[in-house]
Design a protein around this ligand. Structure first.
Ligand code: BTN
Length: 254
């Protein structure tokens, strides 16, 4: 099996739809997210950018995203339609829930989504999703640990290879995931909150859990009950009151 990303192999399996109007495969790049915004004029709506390596891959709050060469998936998708802030948070959450669904269907493990944007397996992080928006245009970035071994991962992280015990063809992984993601996008466009909540109820790691969240406005403690239409987390505090936590103010959840 060739280990390299290959544009033709990726494209040939993708069903016609709203994304992957073009697939750009890069070798070394700073960040696929930055590439999207640096090339906005020439890239088409739905463009998919994947890279073998990122020298400056990043996640939420500027955290480093470890991007070992030819091992993981480092991918950004461009959404050029103008998005409102609530559709922006919806799309971010849809990305992580859709990835959970795909991973569970394809590999059979009990992957969970840790609000707002992580894919977890039993306490270890498998993937992170990041959305950046400028002037209503969104770059949706996916970092997935695919073929990394333990020495190539940060603490508390895992990969599909470590769970499955065999190397994964990343070209097939990308096309199959994008096909699933297109299905979710279609259902989300038709009924945004209904579809997100259905997926969240299936994959939420935090539902019913007692959490302590550090936020930009202080510490919140309570039990996670649900999500709001804007993808906030509804938490029932110890005194019985409800608090809505928004992803933009979250620093850390324990
Ligand atoms: C997170 O866990 O906070 C999100 C991580 C997102 C990483 C991906 S890798 C592809 C894209 N390019 C980046 O620089 N970041 C995202």
């Amino acid at each position: 099996m060739s280990k390299r990303l290959n544009q033709i192999k990726i494209k040939k399996r993708i069903k016609p739809g709203t994304i992957a109007s073009e697939v750009v495969v890069l070798d070394n790049i700073g960040s696929t997210q930055d590439y999207i915004f640096e090339n906005l004029d020439s890239l088409k709506d739905g463009a998919v950018i994947v890279a073998e390596n990122q020298s400056n891959g990043y996640g939420r709050m500027g955290r480093v995203w470890h991007s070992s060469y030819e091992r993981g998936l480092y991918m950004s998708i461009l959404f050029k339609g103008v998005f409102s802030p609530s559709r922006y948070s919806g799309l971010t959450m849809l990305g992580s829930l859709s990835l959970c669904r795909y991973l569970r269907l394809e590999y059979g493990f009990d992957f969970k989504m840790r609000w707002p944007n992580d894919v977890m397996f039993k306490g270890d992080k498998l993937a992170g999703i990041l959305a950046n928006m400028r002037d209503g245009v969104i770059g949706l970035g996916f970092g997935v640990n695919i073929n990394q071994d333990l020495s190539e991962l940060p603490d508390m992280a895992t990969s599909v290879f470590l769970l499955k015990g065999e190397e994964i063809d990343r070209n097939v992984f990308i096309s199959n995931f994008l096909n699933r993601f297109q299905e979710d996008l279609k259902d989300w466009e038709a009924e945004p909150f209904r579809h997100l909540r259905k997926l969240w109820l299936d994959f939420a790691l935090l539902k019913g859990k007692e959490i302590t969240a550090s936020t930009s406005s202080g510490i919140i403690r309570g039990t996670v009950e649900d999500i709001t239409e804007d993808c906030g987390l509804i938490i029932r505090g110890d005194m019985g009151y409800k608090i809505v936590l928004s992803a933009s103010e979250l620093i850390k959840i324990r």
